[in-house]
Design a protein around this ligand. Structure first.
Ligand SMILES: *[C@@H]1O[C@H](CO)[C@@H](O)[C@H](O)[C@H]1NC(C)=O
Ligand SMILES: *[C@@H]1O[C@H](CO)[C@@H](O)[C@H](O)[C@H]1NC(C)=O
Length: 584
């Protein structure tokens, strides 16, 4: 072999065909090859192609987000406290939009960590709670003149839940819990009424005659209704059950198997909102009967809008009464008879009754039993959402804020329906797969959160990260450093608080080993400081050494594999060999 004499061969001899090699060894070699190519492919896509793509064309970033390249619900994690929140994508913005906080719940299958959350007017995280399991319906409410952050938490089964309601004060301390009396409190509604009572929904499986639906006489029904409960004493003040006032055949829901077994009860009514007016009447929305009903203080039906027993004449040619599978019926102006609701138009893939979901504003003339369509509020891309959703009238700006529920699109409109602002999270085409969800979303302008827990800071690679979960009053952060613990702290740097987590570079501050960060309010007063933390100077060295060790180990293993395979290659002369030549 004269050629071999001139070139020093580096022979990787993977003998895939050689009969002399046992099957197991050949399989193993193939497996190593497949895994290695996978790793190379992954590394080059994740660390080369995508970063290069983003670097070269920042405009592609939102498109990649929309297409789901970053997952069903891309999120960011905050180093200072370990919390995580979805990256919000802004579709449309307008300076006219309400400078208010958004209250919502990050739920859905691809949400890294679920939980109720508050966002600021720039869609930056203000507060998140991750310790509670399943939660819905985060809202700012007033009880006895004080503001409370309220939410439901419990076990969710299908489209209903059994749990309790929490009320947190301005320090995010749990001040009250409210339970349904004798039943599990459902996730759809928890409203503190103008009488300082709690209105809450319940879902309850009961035996029922379903023969009017062509089903069994001894069937099973999901009855639903609401309770009014005294928040302080927990006493039941009033209870209303749909099955006592509505026939099961008033439903528009169909389910071929529903109602025959206790484990598959039939959900004929599906209450999803309760409100109380100044006369003590209740306004309820029931999705599966396509109706909004007014009940007297003793629970008798005063009137029904929509559905089979509709009592109103539509003065808008059918436009006012064609809401389907709706949510969240609320009075905007009782005197004028104006209400809003969220018209889903869809109750699942088999129940589609319109091209898109929308908020709607209607005007009732109750004495004459007429209804007029005023405005609709549809998202930029005409999102249709099979469940959930909310429509909120914002009195100060006269805007309307709509949350599209199962498809987490949040939109703000002028009163007449012009879209001003819209954000969403998660890749929209994945929304049907339940990837990202917020049952409702609310805006509230005047929330002042001063958490009982102090702000938190952590240092990594000479960068200090600081945040204060729930604090609304921080205008700036001041970095303070000392060379001794608890001694002689001096101000070193200041940053305006613009995002949930802010950072300080510590590289130039090598004379300080101890740091803390003070939160300043708008007047420059210190609100609170983080605990004193020490710079871990050796940590990056340790990780460097660890990396060197790992690489050395890998190299050694590769060398052993090469030696072994080249020996096998020389032993058998046949077979495919990959030869890498190195000039001597
Ligand atoms: C619904 O069922 C009741 C009996 O429970 C019956 O009287 C009524 O006619 C039915 N309505 C419709 C629309 O079928
Ligand atoms: C509604 O009823 C009132 C009397 O209650 C009447 O004056 C008015 O004209 C009616 N409006 C319409 C549109 O019919």
């Amino acid at each position: 072999m004269p050629l071999m004499g001139r070139l020093l061969p580096l022979r990787f001899s993977f003998n895939f065909k050689a009969k002399s090699q046992p099957l197991l060894v050949r399989l193993l070699l193939w497996a190593i090859l497949v895994v290695a190519s996978g790793v190379v492919l992954y590394l080059s896509v994740a660390y080369l192609a995508i970063p290069l793509f983003i670097l070269l064309s920042p405009t592609l970033h939102p498109t990649l987000y929309e297409l789901g390249f970053y997952g069903g619900s891309p999120s960011q994690t905050y180093f200072s406290n370990g919390l995580s929140s979805p990256r919000i994508s802004i579709r449309k913005s307008d300076p006219q939009c309400d400078k208010a906080y958004t209250f919502l719940n990050f739920n859905g299958a691809s949400m890294v960590r679920k939980g109720p959350a508050i966002l600021d007017p720039n869609n930056e995280l203000v507060w998140k709670l991750e310790a509670e399991g399943t939660t819905t319906n985060l809202k700012l409410q007033t009880y006895k003149g004080e503001q409370y952050v309220t939410y439901w938490t419990g076990m969710k089964g299908g489209t209903m839940g059994r749990g309790i309601y929490h009320m947190l004060d301005a320090s995010y301390d749990l001040k009250h819990t409210v339970s349904a009396v004798g039943l599990g409190g459902d996730l759809h509604e928890f409203l503190i009424s103008r009488d300082d009572t709690a209105l809450l929904t319940f879902y309850n499986v009961t035996p029922a005659d379903l023969s009017s639906l062509g089903k069994t006489k001894n069937g099973w029904l999901i009855d639903s209704g609401f309770q009014e409960v005294d928040i302080t004493t927990g006493e039941l003040l009033f209870e209303w059950r749909a099955s006592e006032h509505f026939q099961v055949n008033e439903t528009f829901m169909t389910h071929p198997f529903g109602g025959y077994f206790k484990s598959i009860p039939f959900d004929f009514f599906h209450i999803n909102s309760v409100d109380k007016d100044s006369k003590g009447n209740y306004l309820i929305s029931s999705r599966h009967t396509h109706s909004v009903t007014c009940l007297s203080p003793d629970g008798q039906i005063v009137w029904i809008l929509g559905g089979q027993r509709n009592q109103f004449e539509d003065l808008s040619g059918g436009e006012a009464l064609n809401f389907r599978w709706q949510h969240d019926a609320r009075w905007v102006d009782e005197e004028a008879g104006i209400l809003t609701l969220f018209d889903n138009k869809e109750g699942g893939p088999l129940h589609v009754d319109g091209p898109y979901s929308r908020g709607v504003m209607l005007q009732l003339d109750v004495p004459n039993r007429t209804v007029t369509f005023l405005h609709e509020y549809a998202s930029l891309h005409h999102t249709r959402t099979p469940s959930q959703g909310s429509t909120q009238y914002l009195p100060t700006s006269e805007h309307v804020f709509v949350g599209f529920g199962h498809s987490p699109v949040l939109s703000e409109f002028t009163l007449n329906g012009t879209l001003l602002c819209e954000t969403h999270y998660g890749a929209p085409w994945l929304h049907p797969f339940d990837t990202a969800v917020s049952y409702r979303a609310f805006k509230a302008p005047n929330w002042v959160g001063i958490p009982r827990e102090p702000p938190t800071a952590k240092i990594r690679d000479d960068v200090l990260y600081v945040s204060w979960n729930g604090a609304t009053e921080v205008a700036a952060w001041v970095l303070q450093g000392a060379s001794e613990q608890d001694e002689g702290f001096v101000d070193l740097d200041v940053v305006d608080k613009e995002t949930f987590e802010e950072t300080f570079e510590l590289e130039q501050l090598s004379q300080y080993s101890w740091f803390r960060v003070a939160a300043l309010d708008r007047n420059g007063q210190v609100l609170r400081s983080t605990e004193v933390i020490q710079r871990q100077s050796s940590s990056s060295w340790w990780s460097f050494l660890l990396a060197v060790f790992c690489w050395a180990l890998l190299f050694r293993l590769a060398w052993m594999a090469y030696k072994w395979s080249s020996e096998r290659g020389h032993a058998s002369s046949k077979g495919v060999s990959w030869v890498v030549w190195r000039k001597s």
